[in-house]
Design a protein around this ligand. Structure first.
Ligand SMILES: [Cu+2]
Length: 444
């Protein structure tokens, strides 16, 4: 009888095991013809992407692929409309693990490191990348098992709905006007298989400076999982004969911030607590406190999102004199607490070259600490690396057949005080009188 593991992920499990002894190559050389020649040089061996958004801002970044994480982004900057220079946000950003433990306690997968997610890019067709451009990345030729170049990275733009909608009379403009604009994202994605699952590894870069990494799970439920081996499962199919075993998808991203181009940013944690009891005709008072994390740390966003973090630029200030920062907007859907690296939503660690994956990190050298839970060991938090963990407990449903509808997990990196006003604020409202407490003519 086959082991469940082999049955779950037949093709890749075998190839991944064969590859293990020769694994250390972390990155494959850059792919694809570089565009924007002037910037390509700055990307070293990587390729450049430069996109001017409809709202006037410009996203710039370099990219390459690795055999583990797949798409790796470097030197990500945004130049809001009106700013003289690009504002650097990230030095590097990538998937740091997809950890999939099954509720029957039989197996747990590390799809990025063990399954070599980056080696299983699926070819994309023009219709898989509406309005965009397909770039060549390495994929595996299923006939020969060899790596070949495929159209695997989509670079496109997408509508994101309202960017804003407001009435300028509220801030004292006469005559008042309605302002409304539709927002736009620069979107990058690859599709990588891990056994029966296909993961969409996607990065959205919004015209307001927000970055949203997200992973979409699709493909098919594992054919060998319809056995309710967790003594529960969910009946999928006619009657209750087939019961799909539930499991978690714990997805991690690693972010090396370069706030304003420097690695010496600080990290601040904000906590909001109820500070008064209120009364029959008063709501309770709330108080938000801030503290700088001076040592490596891990934490949870809290059930109601009452804790959050921001990475603060050491040198950059906006025109209002406020320090530039980038906030992690994090809402964990499910928390798997059985492993030290899944206990927390966010980990901040001091940069170390050999700390690259949220789990299974020692696969690339036995001297390396194995997971992000162990990276947090009391060191001073210089050059902070953010590790973001977003969990999902997958209890399958009838609709998960077939192919399974995409289920997304992700978070956002939102600018906080990067510019004095929103980068999308209409030019006629970019005036001192609309920045800060509004002034009305009858007051003047
Ligand atoms: Cu699943």
């Amino acid at each position: 009888m086959h082991s469940k593991r082999t049955l779950r992920r037949p093709a890749l499990a075998a190839s991944a095991l064969l590859l293990l002894p020769a694994l250390p190559a972390l990155a494959t050389p850059a792919q694809a013809a570089p565009q924007a020649p002037a910037r390509a040089a700055a990307c070293g061996s990587g390729a450049a992407i430069e996109q001017t958004m409809r709202g006037g801002g410009v996203w710039r970044m370099c990219w390459h692929t690795s055999s583990t994480a797949g798409l790796v982004l470097e030197d990500v900057s945004f130049q809001p409309k009106g700013e003289p220079e690009p504002i650097k946000v990230l030095s590097s950003a990538k998937l740091a693990q997809i950890h999939v433990p099954y509720d029957d306690a039989s197996v747990e997968f590390n799809d990025v490191t063990e399954m070599q997610l980056g080696e299983s890019a699926e070819p994309l067709r023009p219709k898989d990348c509406p309005g965009g451009v397909l770039k060549k990345i390495p994929g595996v030729d299923l006939d020969t098992g060899r790596t070949k170049q495929i159209n695997g990275l989509c670079v496109t733009t997408q509508e994101r709905g309202f960017a804003f909608h407001g009435n300028s009379g509220d801030i004292g403009e006469e005559p008042n006007r309605k302002d409304a604009e539709q927002g736009q994202d620069l979107v990058l994605y690859t599709v990588n298989s891990a056994g029966y699952y296909h993961y969409i590894n996607q990065w959205n870069f919004s015209d307001d400076g927000t970055i949203t990494p997200k992973a979409g799970a699709t493909g098919n439920l594992s054919p060998s999982d319809y056995d309710a081996s967790d003594d529960q499962g969910w009946p999928v199919g006619n009657g209750s004969k087939s019961r799909a075993t539930s499991h978690h998808h714990n997805i991690f991203w690693r972010l090396d911030f370069a706030a304003d181009g420097a690695g010496d940013a600080t990290v601040e944690q904000f906590d909001t607590h109820r500070s008064g009891s209120g009364g029959p005709d008063r709501t309770p008072a709330y108080r938000t406190t801030r503290r700088q994390l001076t040592k490596e740390a891990a934490g949870n966003a809290g059930p109601a999102g009452y804790r959050w973090w921001r990475v603060v630029s050491a040198k950059g200030k906006n025109a209002d004199g406020h320090r530039r920062s980038w906030e992690l907007v994090h809402r964990n859907q499910a928390k798997y607490t059985a492993r030290s690296f899944t206990k927390y939503d966010v980990y901040f660690t001091r940069y170390k070259r050999f700390e690259q994956y949220a789990s299974d990190n020692a696969r690339f050298g036995s001297h390396r600490a194995d997971d992000v839970g162990k990276f947090v060991d009391g060191e001073e938090l210089k050059h902070p690396i953010a590790w973001v963990n977003v969990g999902f407990h997958h209890i399958a449903r009838d609709e998960d057949q077939t192919p399974m509808p995409v289920h997304w997990q992700g978070f956002s990196i939102a600018p906080r005080d990067v510019t004095a006003m929103s980068p999308l604020t209409p030019d006629r409202l970019r005036k001192p009188r609309y920045n800060g407490e509004p002034q009305f003519d009858y007051e003047r």
